[in-house]
Design a binder for this molecule. Sequence first.
Ligand SMILES: *Cc1c(COP(=O)(O)O)cnc(C)c1O
Length: 394
Amino acid sequence: MKTYQVNKNGFYGDFGGAYIPEILHQSIADLQETYLEVLESDSFKQEFAELLRDYVGRPSPLYLAKRLSKRYGGRIYLKREDLNHTGAHKINNTIGQILLARHMGKTRIIAETGAGQHGVATATVCALMDMECVVYMGETDIKRQHANVQRMQMLGAEVRSVTSGNRTLKEAVDEAIQDWCANPSDTFYLIGSAVGPHPYPDMVARLQSVISKEIKKQLLEKEGRDYPDYLIACIGGGSNAAGTIYHYMDDERVKIVLAEAGGKGLYSGMTAATIHLGKKGELHGMQTLVMQNEAGQVEEPYSISAGLDYPGIGPLHANLHTTKRAKVLAINDNEALNAAFELTQLEGIIPALESSHALGALPKLRFQPDEVVVLTVSGRGDKDMDTYLSTLSQ
Ligand SMILES: *Cc1c(COP(=O)(O)O)cnc(C)c1O
């Protein structure tokens, strides 16, 4: 049977793999050998499930949005990851990886963060598990995302300011990798999206797959069948989307729609539409689609939403696009903003700016009245209030 899952060499079609410095070969090999065994063990499954239930608050509701459905047709359900502890889906992954780190005898966690959401989710689980936590963050992002920096510090993490290059996410990743190279034996690199060298993309997808596992059960209860006609999610690196589609990827009855950040427009020079504009290349340990110039230099991405502001994309999604299994739409800043206000007015839910890109796909699609649509609201909008309010006053 044709599958869109990773193969044993860590590839999704032409994308993926593990392109890493020699000094990390042992660490990556250890991880490749260990992760499946641990993730599939009864003791891991039990502890993970308990924490997801009692600490995160899962299962997250699957909510039939009646007024939104009335506007766009179909029966539109929202998968409410915004209701999780710490306000987004990222906590599902950080809990899973810290359990693995502890199992592997690691005592120190490093992470990098752009908007600070993954940094907060990592600092949270480090407090929970009493582990040392160092978060790399570009100096520019530290200034832009001050509230999240303060949350990380209160949670006990050390936030290290990165001052090279553009002082944003890409440089923070470079510094985190250097730290890992210097401390390979005691340190676990906790990656926040379905990106990086194998096994990270597959590991993160599996940890987030609880989202689609719950969707199956909830749809069966509500619709009498365990699959939707459409799944819609936003993609930065691709972890909430991977979790949303995980158990449906090989089920061709289900249409997959992914929303990437168009920024100010595909050809404006200010965009993060990696899948539309990217070319095959190597970034952060993987082969994937990368926004790069003629000389192969990575281009600085732009999006109104800090969480989608990444010049690459997870290899799983690069393959879903290339094989035409998924339809990928670029949603511009203004379309995402309109969608955020619309959801707020129709349903009383203020979504994260990232999630608003998924919502921004709705006006571009046509549903039959009896079609079932599941759209993942990856996070809540508290962190984006300044942006939302400044558009109101314009
Ligand atoms: C980080 C983030 C994203 C983007 O990351 P993915 O790995 O693509 O899911 C989307 N939504 C929210 C709320 C986020 O915090």
